[in-house]
Design a protein around this ligand. Structure first.
Ligand SMILES: [Zn+2]
Length: 235
């Protein structure tokens, strides 16, 4: 009886360590996932800013092409001046030149406004790009740290796992599965100590008769309140 109980207590200790290691692993994985999500989020912002920049630069290039065409037009119209015969024609050409120059100035203003927009967006882009670089570096550094921590913890885990296997194989199957059921349902505590007639798993008092049976130690006792397997320290 004591022997089985001692095995169960050892098993529980190992199982608690295994659970802690698994929780720590999940925590590290969650942390890395969080960093990766953040990186993806900032990368998305950088990509979006890049495509806005591309668009603005495309518009700016279009204005510049228009400006070239307008300047050509001015030269073309001006070249007609020496051949003009009449005053009426002269006035018409001057008016045409004037309009072409006005259009060119308007395009110049559009280019300047677009350049200003581009410069502002470029500043945002540079800022986000810097942020992305920092996050990427942080991600890579933490990944390396966590990899080595996980490697260590995985080694520990498999060592504990084999300890667990060897403990478990010395226990009767029905007892083992009962233990496992309680361990899962009762937050990782299946085997509870009894002090002064109270189960420390749920802090409830045992019926006196059961407490007596537990003290005799002839058969395995379960707490009537929380169902945990009970033991007493005998020292
Ligand atoms: Zn209890």
């Amino acid at each position: 009886m004591y022997e089985k109980m001692n095995l169960l207590r050892e098993l529980q200790e190992v199982d608690q360590e295994l659970a802690e290691l698994a929780t720590a692993r999940a925590g590290f994985e969650g942390e890395l996932q969080g960093l990766s999500d953040e990186k993806i989020r900032v990368q998305g912002m950088v990509d979006e800013l890049q495509s806005q920049l591309d668009e603005l630069q495309g518009e700016e290039a279009q204005f510049r092409r228009e400006q070239v065409a307008e300047k050509d037009q001015i030269i073309k119209v001006e070249s007609r001046l020496p051949d003009i015969q009449t005053q009426k024609e002269y006035v018409a050409v001057l008016k045409e030149i004037d309009m072409a120059k006005k259009a060119s100035l308007e395009t110049q203003a559009k280019i300047a406004a677009k350049d200003k927009e581009i410069a502002e967006l470029q500043a945002d882009f540079d800022e986000k790009q810097t942020e992305l670089t920092a996050i990427s570096e942080k991600c890579a550094a933490r990944q390396a740290e966590v990899d080595s921590l996980l490697q260590e913890s995985d080694k520990k885990y498999s060592a504990r796992q084999s300890t667990r296997d060897s403990l478990a194989k010395d226990l009767p199957k029905s007892l083992l599965s009962k233990y496992q059921r309680i361990f899962t349902r009762r937050g990782g505590l299946a085997v509870a100590r009894v002090i002064e007639g109270a189960c420390l798993g749920c802090n409830m008092q045992l019926p006196p008769q059961q407490y007596n049976r537990l003290q005799r130690g002839t058969e395995l006792q379960s707490c009537p309140h929380c169902n945990r397997l009970l033991y007493m320290d005998r020292d």
